[in-house]
Design a binder for this molecule. Structure first.
Ligand SMILES: *Cc1c(COP(=O)(O)O)cnc(C)c1O
Length: 421
């Protein structure tokens, strides 16, 4: 099936007389005839549903669809994007381990690595978004277990050189994890460029309507966990009578362990209702994302031509330092988010935003409605000035998430607000 068809058809094929639409299976539990059958599920010897914390038919259909869209061997939905990143990392990292992460990642991910995981004993080295191959190679240690980056960073819109990241990670026998939230698989499929694990906040374009929080982990199935660095996957797991994930589940070892171990113990499950809503969003993903990108390019060009605007950052602009990388990895567009700085600093930014009528001030991004946010006073307000600079955020930055309305209305709204500054 072609990509567009997968968005609509993948993951669920009803049998004769069954519901045409993926049903919401709002049940915690599933019935079996004998305890023996149930026992086989607990031993991972049979496949089936027994408790919704581990698996649910609604989630299962949506997971299969997303795995198909990314070109992976399996996926696991989580309650949020943050839960997806946390689960993916702790699936192969424990106290005493080390990870490498781009400093320009989403604020919540930055906090997760710089504080929460650090407090739990997982150390992190941050590297600049435009890290050179040499700098990246120098960040590796004996105990490094993974490299993490965003394909296009939120909100600084840095485009990662994924091929280079993958090459360095693999030279050190560790996997590359990519947060693909902003481009979505419509614009970019990280596995085709060497990434091993993909995570998403499905709360953004995938859901697309700002109705359901969620996240997902997708496994490419390509990484060789049998290289001596990942005993949690290549050695017996005593909590499942000594199952060895790489032996029993082959290419799906990572994603199976994420579910049977991390989800079992930590329980960050997505609700069936949210998975149902997410699935409706996925059905139109291929229609919405190009429109977001097209509108964003028009907005970016309008801003660039306006005297009161100090700078515009959008990887689709030829003036962007990421233009070439964006053309290489995402020739059809990166995302619908544009960031810009208005002359007059923080105060001018706040004034402009207050004057907007169609674009709403919300702590969200990447949904159908145009919205905006001032990162320095919202998502990134806990950062020091130095950390802000490292994350590519200036005090006058406005993150402008271009929706799928008629772009003339979006530009007219911006124009009247800029005129008042
Ligand atoms: C929003 C976002 C997250 C966090 O996702 P939640 O669903 O809000 O937990 C992670 N990464 C990126 C790139 C995001 O935009």
């Amino acid at each position: 099936m072609k990509f567009e068809t997968k968005c609509i058809q993948s993951g669920y094929t009803p049998k004769n007389g069954e519901s045409r639409v993926v049903p919401i299976v709002q049940s915690t539990t599933y019935k079996y005839e004998t305890s023996d059958e149930m026992g086989k599920l607990f031993d991972l010897e049979a496949e089936g549903f027994f408790y919704t914390r581990l698996a649910n038919p609604t989630l299962d259909a949506v997971e299969k669809k997303i795995a198909d869209l990314e070109g992976g061997v399996g996926a696991m939905l989580t309650s949020s994007g943050q839960a997806a990143t946390t689960a993916a990392v702790v699936n192969i990292c424990k106290a005493g381990d080390h990870v490498i992460c781009s400093s320009a990642v989403y604020g919540g991910t930055f906090n997760l690595f710089s504080k929460t995981l650090k407090d739990l004993g997982i150390d992190c080295t941050f590297v600049p978004a435009m890290v050179t191959e040499e700098e990246l190679n120098n960040a590796f240690r004996e105990n490094t277990k993974l490299v993490f980056t965003e394909a296009v960073t939120n909100p600084s819109l840095d485009v990662a050189d994924i091929e280079m990241f993958a090459k360095c990670a693999h030279a050190h026998n560790v996997p590359l994890f990519v947060d693909n939230t902003f481009p979505t698989p419509v614009n970019f499929r990280p596995f085709e460029w060497g990434a091993d694990i993909v995570v998403h906040s499905t709360s953004k374009y995938m859901d697309g309507h700002a109705v359901a929080l969620g996240g997902v982990i997708v496994d490419s199935g390509n990484f060789d966990w049998n290289n001596g660095k990942y005993p949690m996957l290549s050695q017996p797991d005593e909590t499942y009578h000594g199952v060895v994930y790489t032996e029993r589940f082959g290419k799906a070892a990572f994603i199976t362990k994420a579910r049977t171990h991390i989800m079992r113990d930590m329980g960050q499950q997505q609700s069936p209702m949210n998975a149902f809503l997410l699935n409706i969003g996925l059905e139109t993903l291929f229609l919405r994302v190009p429109r977001h990108c097209e509108n964003a390019l028009a907005v970016a060009k309008f801003l660039e031509a306006n005297d009161k605007i100090e700078w515009v950052n959008f990887p689709g602009l030829e003036s962007s330092k990421y233009y070439d990388l964006a053309q290489k990895y995402m020739p059809n567009g990166t995302c619908g988010v544009v960031s810009f700085g208005v002359k007059g600093g923080r105060q001018a930014a706040e004034k402009l935003m207050a004057e907007l009528k169609l674009a709403a001030i919300v702590t969200h991004v990447a949904d159908a409605r145009t919205c905006c946010l001032h990162p320095a006073s919202a998502t990134h307000r806990q950062m020091t000035d130095e950390q802000l600079v490292a994350a590519g955020i200036s005090p006058n930055m406005i993150r402008f998430s271009v929706g799928i309305e008629n772009v003339e209305d979006i530009i007219a709204d911006l124009k009247q607000a800029i005129d008042k500054v």
